[in-house]
Design a protein around this ligand. Structure first.
Ligand code: UGA
Length: 429
């Protein structure tokens, strides 16, 4: 088997697994995908895509001849040496990852000099070492192990896979690390070749740093509200400094998703396990929790209490271009509003089905205008493009009140005000 464009196996067909599979198929590899969820595999075999991710359906369709889906790990073992692992590794209370899904994969692989696991799932630093210990305890010392963390963002995952800022490959020498480097070579990204623990830490530290940037600008926004400064102007001025950069300086109602909240906590716990108190991350998490709740305070102040009031939420997903509701700020916000006696009506163009599984007690509208009808206040929760184009005159006519809280600082305040509505952003004048 040559190292170039060699076939690969991908275990786990969630966001990361499917995008990785489709991306490697696009650059010429035969890909053998495995998942224990038979229904999901059946859908993928029929050409259906079980998640919403822009561009993924087209990429899978275009490369359908190179993509194989099965519930049988044996298929991947037979055809591929590198087995990319993209199964769930949720955190436990101690901050360690729940590696039961990875252990199940390991249990099904015989000892082999010809196979290696390539860890794509985010795992705490030290996981690679403990898995390698487990390999040898099970008499499977021949299996290779490579840490190759994924940095793609939901909503732009296909683009991120094909145009990575960097590729990080952590290994302890041997054929598998070289083979992973070869696989990624056509993408032309800067390579960080390092040891396993450092590769694992690059991933956790990157997410924690980005989350810190968000909590930092959110605190600046809160101070701006007290001092009369405008956080959008402040972020623009800061972001032009090359050392700071403009990205991840958008103040709002807090970060969510399946990664930042989990990874920041995992890194904090990981440090704690070794006796180090990571104070900064404790604050990052706390600021984020408070930020989700600040909107409730704004509504209370403007409406003079929430009991009996109608609040419309525009967007529910944790960010635009995804149907992912995990750790979405809307979950806390809607629960707090209802607890204070408000009736909540929401509209999300894509995430409604996922939201229905997680939120009770709110009503769902079929459109933005449907959601705002009769509302005392509107909160922009997720900055879907269609909300930025809304006709605010129509919104004003449909509402019974006049308050618009822009939870993502994404709207044009002048346009909202020109329709006779009150505009309130996060940290804006
Ligand atoms: C994040 C990282 O950006 C990816 O590099 C990483 O691969 C991924 O986690 C992961 O670990 O798998 P993702 O969770 O898809 O990606 O979403 P982001 O685009 O990073 O946004 C996360 C949250 O931060 C969203 O709720 C977003 O609204 C919020 N955010 C982002 C802000 O509030 N302000 C900003 O300036 C940027």
């Amino acid at each position: 088997m040559s190292n170039q464009r060699q076939p690969i196996g991908v275990i786990g067909t969630g966001y990361v697994g499917l995008v990785t599979a489709a991306g490697f198929a696009e650059i010429g590899s035969e890909v053998w995908c495995v998942d224990i969820d038979a229904e999901k595999i059946a859908r993928l075999q029929r050409g259906e895509v079980p998640i919403y991710e822009p561009g993924l359906e087209e990429l899978l369709a275009r490369n359908s001849e190179r993509l194989h889906f099965s519930t049988d790990l044996g298929d991947a073992l037979e055809h591929a040496r590198l087995l990319f692992v993209a199964v769930g590794t949720p955190p436990t209370h101690s901050g360690d990852a729940d590696l039961s899904a990875v252990h199940a994969v390991m249990g099904a692989i015989p000892d082999s000099q010809d196979h290696a696991l390539v860890m794509k799932s985010t795992v705490p630093c030290g996981t690679g070492a403990s898995l390698r210990r487990a390999f040898s305890e099970q008499g499977k010392s021949g299996l290779g192990y490579v840490s190759c963390p994924e940095f793609l963002k939901e909503g732009s995952a296909v683009h991120d896979f094909l145009h990575p800022d960097r590729v990080v490959v952590g290994d302890e020498g041997g054929w598998a690390g070289d083979a992973v480097v070869e696989l990624y070579a056509p993408l032309g990204a800067p390579l960080v070749r390092t040891d396993i623990a450092s590769a694992e830490m690059v991933k956790l530290a990157s997410n924690a740093f980005l989350a810190t940037k968000i909590s930092f600008i959110n605190e600046i926004a809160n101070v701006c509200e007290e001092t009369g400064a405008d956080v959008v102007e402040v972020a623009r001025g800061m972001g032009l400094d090359d050392r700071i950069g403009p990205k991840f300086l958008h103040a709002g109602i807090g970060f969510g998703g399946s990664c930042f909240p989990k990874d920041v906590d995992a890194l904090k716990q990981l440090a704690g396990n070794s006796g180090y108190h990571f104070q900064l991350l404790t604050a990052v998490i706390e600021v984020n929790e408070l930020q989700k709740r600040r909107v409730v305070g704004k509504l209370n102040r403007h409406l003079g209490g929430l009991a009996g009031k109608r609040v419309a939420l525009l967007g529910l997903a944790f960010k635009p271009n995804t149907d992912d509701m995990r750790e979405a700020s809307s979950l806390v916000l809607s629960a707090r509003l209802m607890a204070d006696g408000a009736a909540v009506c929401a509209y999300d163009p894509i995430a409604e089905d996922q939201a229905r599984k997680l939120v009770n007690g709110i009503t769902f509208a079929d459109s933005a205008l449907g959601a705002v009808r009769g509302a005392d206040a509107v909160v922009l929760v997720t900055e879907w493009p269609e909300f930025l184009e809304l006709g605010w005159e129509q919104v004003a006519e449909a509402m019974s009140g006049d308050l618009v809280v822009d939870g993502r600082n994404a709207l044009d305040p002048e346009r909202v005000r020109a329709a006779g509505l009150q505009y309130e952003g996060i940290g804006r004048r």
